[in-house]
Design a protein around this ligand. Structure first.
Ligand code: FAD
Length: 465
């Protein structure tokens, strides 16, 4: 056999969890090796967050270019060169993934290409096409992420596609069926609707974007309706038949069987942790039946020198959660007392309008018996929102009644994804509504909506009666 290579910390998977953990561990003085079988940057940079936001941005430009008459802008013959859109999107992805490579190298992290599996609790084996190498480690961080669930009756093919397929289409479908109205289905459905596809979303539950408040999802649904997107709720997708140049999808809705034809069907019904081919049983790492790895507040698994982060551990499958956990795990390995606190983790949908939430919702706070005050301020009462011709939405602040402590916030509206960070900071820093109200926000900005919501919480708003 080969001679094992020794390292302090080995990281498996170079997504937003793994590459961040590797950099932080190296910064803290460890000798770090990161193993990646696919592309640096993981799902997020290659086939998730980044390309989806690029596609959404391009589709939004196209859509707004066509519909700015009310601002006095008349654009005639606006067209889409979809090949060019895809090339531009690929360029964005390439810039970022090569950036990750530079950052890893700059921090002296050794990058190993290949697929890793555990031999025992202090060694892994890495295979690539024509070689195998053993690495021994003091500590390991597993960050292997997740993959789309495949429904047995919807085997992926050229026309039955997952999110990766939907991001790399070579043509704009004239008809697209989306199975699953979660955030991925809603975002990609919106993007293709903007680009001119006739989109139908089939959702099994009684509403899309479960987990977000009805008053928020209602705004998204109204907007999708304007784009002629049909949303069928309580729809159970049953099967698909591929035709010569399309698909026929059958589903049950209200006890009736229906068929719908389309060019493609995008199936986005959740993701499955990549923990089944890692040899984890061999090491005795505890998992749930769904393959989710159990961890403590430092992201330590049931084997004390092995940590796990990102989509393979409990909690929302989000890139910033993976990165946050990566930092904590790297710090824990270096002997720091760091622990996770998930209250400040935001969740965002890049829909129209954007939706964002952090901390408690009103309902969650009430469920836990916390006496709260919910204060709302609309985008429509903000000068900047008006000047942007984009006034749909609100900021809602959830504060503790006894002392005004900010414990949650929900935003629906343009730039909600960026605005939510201020409220994450407020939660993290233990600020009150008064702190936000007293912070001078530049005028005219959307941030003033947050300041005014805090004023509402105090009972002294200026721009609303
Ligand atoms: P991943 O990013 O999945 O990376 C895991 C890496 O491990 C992969 O590169 C894989 O090749 C590698 N790997 C797996 N097994 C092995 C092995 N045995 N050996 C070596 N390497 C291995 N999240 C957000 O926060 N915001 C968004 O806007 C957003 N948009 C999304 C849009 C789409 C379409 C999708 C699909 C996801 C989106 N997500 C978004 C979710 C986000 O992509 C994931 O939460 C995030 O990528 C998880 O990071 P991770 O590090 O846990 O794993």
């Amino acid at each position: 056999g080969d001679f094992p290579i020794e390292t302090d910390t080995i990281v498996i998977g170079a997504g937003p969890g793994g590459y961040v953990a590797a950099i932080r561990a190296a910064q803290l003085g460890q000798k770090v090796t990161i193993v990646e079988k696919g592309s640096l940057g993981g799902v997020c940079l290659n086939v998730g967050c980044i390309p989806s936001k690029a596609l959404i941005a391009a589709s939004h430009r196209y859509e707004t270019a066509k519909h700015s008459d009310d601002m006095g802008i008349k654009a005639e013959n606006v067209t889409v060169d979809f090949t060019k859109v895809q090339e531009w999107k690929a360029g964005v992805v390439n810039k970022l993934t090569s950036g990750v490579e530079g950052l890893l190298k700059g921090n002296k992290v050794e990058i190993v290409r290949g697929e890793a599996y555990f031999v025992d609790d202090h060694s892994i084996r890495v295979m690539d096409e024509n070689s195998a190498q053993t690495y021994t480690f003091k500590n390991a961080i597993i960050a292997t992420g997740s993959r789309p669930i495949e429904l047995p009756s919807f085997k992926y093919s050229k026309r039955v596609i997952d999110s990766t397929g939907a991001l790399s289409l070579e043509e704009i479908p004239s008809k697209l069926v989306v199975i699953g109205g979660g955030y991925v289905g809603t975002e990609l459905g919106t993007a293709y609707a903007n680009l001119g596809s006739e989109v139908t979303i089939l959702e099994g539950a009684d509403d899309i974007l479960s987990g977000f408040e009805k008053q928020m999802t209602a705004l998204v649904k109204r907007n999708l309706k304007k784009k002629n997107v049909e949303i069928v709720t309580k729809a159970m997708a049953k099967g698909v038949e591929e035709t010569e140049n399309g698909v026929k999808v059958t589903y049950d809705a209200k006890g009736e069987e229906k068929t719908i034809e389309a060019d493609y069907v995008l199936v986005t019904v959740g993701r499955k942790p990549n923990t089944d081919e890692l040899g984890l049983d061999q090491v005795g790492i505890k998992m749930t039946d769904r393959g989710v790895i159990e961890v403590d507040k430092q992201l330590r698994t049931s084997v004390s020198n092995i940590f796990a982060i990102g989509d393979i551990v409990p909690g929302p499958p989000l890139a910033h959660k993976a990165s946050y956990e990566g930092k904590i795990a790297a710090e824990a390995i270096s002997g720091h007392p760091s622990e996770v606190d998930y209250l400040g983790i935001p969740a965002v949908v890049f829909s129209e309008p954007e939706l964002a939430t952090v901390g408690y919702t009103e309902a969650q706070a009430k469920d836990e018996g916390i006496d709260i005050n919910a204060a709302k301020f609309p985008f429509a009462a903000n000068g900047r929102a008006l000047a942007l011709n984009n006034t749909d939405g609100f900021v809602k602040l959830v504060t503790r009644k006894e002392d005004g402590l900010v414990i949650g916030a929900q935003i629906a509206g343009p730039s909600a994804s960026d605005m939510i960070s201020e409220l994450g900071l407020a939660i993290e820093a233990g600020m009150t509504a008064e702190d936000i109200a007293m912070t001078i926000h530049a005028h005219p900005t959307l941030g003033e909506i947050t300041m005014e919501a805090a004023e509402v919480a105090l009972g002294t708003p200026i721009h609303i009666v």
